[in-house]
Write a new protein. Sequence first.
Length: 203
Amino acid sequence: MNGGTAVDLWAEERVYQAQGYQLICGADEAGAGPLAGAVYAAAVILPDGLMLEGLNDSKKVVPTRREILFTAIQAQAVAWAVAWADETEIDAINILNARMLAMDRAIQKLVPAPDFALIDGNRNRGISIPNATIVHGDAKSANIAAASILAKVSRDKYMEEMAKRYPNYEFERHKGYPTKRHYELLRKYGPCPIHRKTFLKKL
């Protein structure tokens, strides 16, 4: 049981453990949709079978629980890493490639190095180690769910810092996502240095 559900968050890992892989990480990203800021990614290797209360897709976890899980994952993981691709890279190579780049950067930072990666979603272009994609993996795999928490909380903290640097845009409220208020502020002030130019076609 996990967080009151019957989903076995270790079933996906066991499939690949049975194929001989020993250090399996999960990787996920946060911030593909915003108009501003970097896309963040995380990679995590949890101790085999570890169950953390409330662990799930970060979008389904309330912020206070995400903060608790963020600390618990960092404390208990065999290895964890956070990486990103910034707005300049997103504009240069597109958001899909930037998402993959950020995830691979996180995977490459893990010590000890994993021998297999579970990737959230259905794309794995540019992932540099053996891997499998899992659609909605952040609700099916403990390691991907943990990565989703680290990526989401890390990106939110980054956008709160950007809000101090660029206070006109209220990034602390919408985290750069395309809300009505964000568009109003963009039209009033124009883009700032961390806005993704390729995302601003509606202006």
